[in-house]
Design a protein around this ligand. Structure first.
Ligand code: GMT
Length: 380
């Protein structure tokens, strides 16, 4: 085996630090790589939400953007490229992994030019909205295409997203489909008696939703579905996360007379302690390229009820480890959930299958190895 096939790598990782899935995947992947002996240099404008370990192999580089009166729009991408170029040379990075084509891959490609002839392979992972929303926006389409064509390797988190990307951008090169993964030690079944009784008040079923309350999540449909559930049985709805649609959801819950039965917890850093206390997880998104939140629920043994859209059918197997609802049948989400909730046996069987799927099909180790193979394939 050659040196390149074995030696520990020095890997730059560029990601958004937010609670959204791409930042979580980037950070967890970086942690997984560090555990395999690689050196990780994470670049973001703030510490990523899941970066909670103090591994000496993981280095965080916060990107500062100077603002001058002339800069109406402070150039974050240039500040990122500048910091990345410095570290690429000082720490002798072998490659960079950009999560999100815009602006991360573009900044990485600039660094490739800046530090040439030193090789600096760029791996880009597409997470979804970078193609389905941002990439198709006429103001960004050409740079997105440039980012994809000039990356040394492109990966996508689902086969659905790969097909969409090929359709929209017509890439000549093959893309690797590498699904997201979940840390099944962190997300695991096991109720906390205090949390559970605080949510369920002893007798009620607990339904949960976790998202960033962006319009694509259609969080208002969770409230509508819960109205049907609450009409059929005693239940509490726990809404976790924050974002533009939260206020509308709160108002709708009040209008429906459900204020006392719906809890809005806002953004939470320890979702893994809350999720196992749910009986059912609802995700009525219009689109998800993958649906990491559903996978995290599954890892906790909680049955997901989700839209049959985007990459979600690649994660949830209908009737086996969750339920898929056709997009034009979303008004039935509440009645479907209300029929399942009293059925202890079916809930337990599907919950166990969900946990098994999370462990066997989406465990961290296998996915980290697949990314490592991609990294090694782009090295000179
Ligand atoms: O879902 C979000 O709003 C956040 C977004 C992101 O970029 O962080 O999530 C996308 O990437 C996740 C990780 O790969 C996927 O699990 C989500 O499905 C995807 N979101 C959408 O496609 C809407």
């Amino acid at each position: 085996m050659s040196d390149v096939a074995q030696r520990p790598l020095k890997i730059g990782v560029v990601c958004y630090p937010t609670f959204g899935g791409s930042g979580v995947v980037a950070t967890e992947l970086g942690k997984g790589m560090a555990q395999r002996g690689h050196e990780i240099h994470l670049f973001s404008y703030a510490p990523p939400a899941r970066l909670d370990v103090f591994d000496e192999r993981v280095h965080l580089h916060e990107v500062e953007v100077s603002s001058y009166p002339l800069f109406k729009y402070p150039p974050y991408d240039l500040a990122l490229a500048s910091r990345l170029a410095e570290v690429a040379e000082d720490a002798e990075l072998d490659l960079v992994h950009a999560h999100y084509a815009i602006p991360h891959t573009i900044a990485a490609l600039l660094v490739k030019d800046i530090i040439a002839p030193r090789p600096f392979p760029v791996v880009t992972t597409l997470h979804g909205t970078d193609i389905t929303v941002v990439g198709q926006d006429p103001s960004y389409a050409r740079v997105t295409r440039h980012a994809l064509r000039n990356s040394d390797a492109v990966t996508s988190v689902s086969a659905y997203l790969q097909a969409q990307t090929e359709k929209v951008f017509g890439l000549e090169r093959p893309m690797h489909v590498i699904p997201n993964f979940v840390d099944t030690q962190r997300f695991r079944p096991g109720r906390d008696r205090n949390i559970r009784s605080c949510f369920s008040r002893g007798v009620e079923r607990v339904v949960m939703h976790v998202s960033n309350f962006r319009p694509v999540k259609r969080a208002h449909l969770v409230i509508e579905a819960f109205a049907d559930i609450a009409a059929a049985l005693p239940a509490t709805l726990v809404m976790i996360g924050d974002g533009p649609d939260r206020a509308t959801c709160e108002a709708r819950a009040a209008t429906l007379g459900l204020k006392s039965r719906v809890r809005f917890l806002g953004a939470q850093t320890d979702v893994e302690h809350l999720l196992p206390n749910a009986d059912l997880f609802l995700l009525p998104s219009e689109y998800e390229s993958f649906g990491l939140a559903a996978l995290e629920a599954m890892a906790c043994g909680v049955v997901p009820v989700v839209t049959r859209a985007g990459g979600l059918p690649e994660v949830v197997r209908d009737g086996v480890d969750g339920l898929l609802i056709d997009d034009d049948q979303m008004e039935s989400m509440g009645s479907v959930a209300a029929a399942l909730l009293p059925d202890e046996e079916r809930l337990a069987t599907m919950g166990a299958a969900a946990r098994e799927a999370a462990t066997d099909r989406f465990g961290r180790e296998g996915v980290v190895e697949r990314y490592e193979a991609v990294y090694r394939s782009v090295l000179p």
